[in-house]
Design a protein around this ligand. Structure first.
Ligand code: SF4
Ligand code: SF4
Length: 66
C-alpha cells in the first residue's frame, strides 16, 4: 500500500501527471487515479498501487509500504 506524508508534499503534481500518462497516454490533471487536495494525496478506487507515482515523488510525500 502507499503511505502518504502530506507534510512533505509541494503540490508539484508529478504524481498526478505520471499516473495520467501511464494509463491514458496524456498529461492531464483531470484523469489520474491520484488527486492532490490541499497538499494531500488521495487515491481513487481505480488505483492499482502500481507505484509509478511513488517513483516520481522526489519529496518523500509518497512511500510504498508493505
Ligand atoms: S499507484 Fe499507480 S494507479 Fe495508483 S495513483 Fe499511483 S500511478 Fe496511479
Ligand atoms: S505527492 Fe509528491 S509528486 Fe505528488 S504533488 Fe505531492 S510532492 Fe508532488
Amino acid at each position: 500500500m502507499i503511505a502518504v506524508h502530506s507534510e512533505n508534499c509541494t503540490g508539484c503534481m508529478r504524481c498526478v501527471l505520471i499516473c495520467s500518462y501511464t494509463y491514458t497516454k496524456k498529461f492531464s490533471i483531470s484523469t489520474p487515479r491520484i488527486k492532490i487536495k490541499e497538499y494531500r494525496a488521495e487515491f481513487t478506487e481505480d488505483c492499482n498501487e502500481c507505484g509509478k507515482c511513488v517513483e516520481q515523488c522526489f519529496y518523500g510525500a509518497l512511500e510504498m509500504v508493505k
